[in-house]
Ligand binder design. Structure first.
Ligand code: AMP
Length: 279
């Protein structure tokens, strides 16, 4: 595996790979099997796979979260090597934002950034759009791989690609879960033992919502889910939204859309977890 931290060096290498398709997986590191499933998809579909590891400061609305975000570059590098990723790009903040972090990308997001994560994490998606735009501009991949785990994120990036008429194809990969149902996340390792033990409640509630669709109203399902998610000690749900998966707007009745998704954000002590299920 080739490792680069400088934009120029990466680009010189990519230029030498004539006529090979490039798949790109952007990450913030602290890699787990969810990330690796994206690498595998990219390797299957492309000649060359580039993974980036960059903890992007501009998408953290909470400075404490940024400071505590796990950084495990050496271990990540070994995992990527084992997965047969071709290139690791691990830049610093100055490499990504040589002119400072202020500049923003003008994209019509059609209100996709207004609810859920957008409502509770002000500025988060501006940072995500800014960094993914910059990384795509550097790597110029044929395919971009993102996880369904961050449903609103991939929807917004899809809109950016459409709005700016970018050439890259977005491939969305399913959510990888632990055996007990908890969606894999770099933040899981920061859960206390007790919070980790209670964490399967999130996926259980999502699955219950899918069952309850048959007999309950949307509002009843949302109320029951919020209540259940608040049951374990130290658990505090922020939202449980049943949305139209295209517009990300909350629905009022089941017939409002034929692409329904339940999305959830929960505080488990000091750690904020998100998950979703296509209904
Ligand atoms: P992150 O490092 O958290 O920014 O995630 C990098 C990419 O991995 C994003 O596209 C995520 O949606 C994806 N991802 C994170 N967790 C999972 C998971 N459990 N299953 C599949 N993809 C995931």
């Amino acid at each position: 595996m080739k490792v680069f931290s400088k934009v120029k060096d990466l680009q010189a290498h990519l230029k030498s790979l004539k006529n090979q398709s490039v798949g790109f997986v952007p990450t913030m590191g602290a890699l787990h099997d969810g990330h690796i499933s994206l690498m595998k998809q990219s390797i299957k579909r492309n000649d060359v796979t580039v993974c980036s590891i960059f903890v992007n400061p501009t998408q953290f609305n909470d400075k404490k979260d940024l400071k505590k975000y796990p950084r495990t570059l050496e271990k990540d590098s070994r995992l990527l090597e084992k997965a047969k990723v071709d290139i690791l790009f691990a830049p610093g903040v100055k490499d990504i934002y040589p002119k400072g972090t202020k500049h923003s990308v003008k994209v019509n997001l059609k209100g996709l950034d207004k609810q859920m994560e957008g409502a509770f994490r002000p500025g988060h998606f501006e940072g995500v759009v800014q960094v993914v735009h910059r990384l795509l501009d550097i790597v110029k991949p044929d395919e971009l791989f993102m996880g369904q785990k961050d449903f609103q994120q991939f929807t917004i990036i899809q809109q950016m690609i459409r709005n700016l008429k970018m050439k890259v194809k977005l491939v969305v990969c399913p959510i990888e879960r632990e055996k007990d149902g908890l969606a894999m996340s770099s933040r899981n390792r920061r859960l206390t033992k007790a919070k980790r033990r209670d964490a399967p409640i999130i996926y259980k509630t999502l699955k219950a919502a899918k069952r309850r669709m048959k007999t309950k109203t949307v509002q009843e399902v949302v109320e029951m889910s919020m209540k259940e998610l608040g049951n374990p000690r130290g658990y505090n749900p922020e939202y449980f939204s049943i949305i139209n998966g295209n517009t990300l707007k909350e629905i009022k009745k089941w017939s409002d859309s034929n692409y329904l998704v339940a999305c959830v954000a929960v505080w488990a002590g000091e750690i904020r977890l998100i998950d979703n299920l296509i209904l």
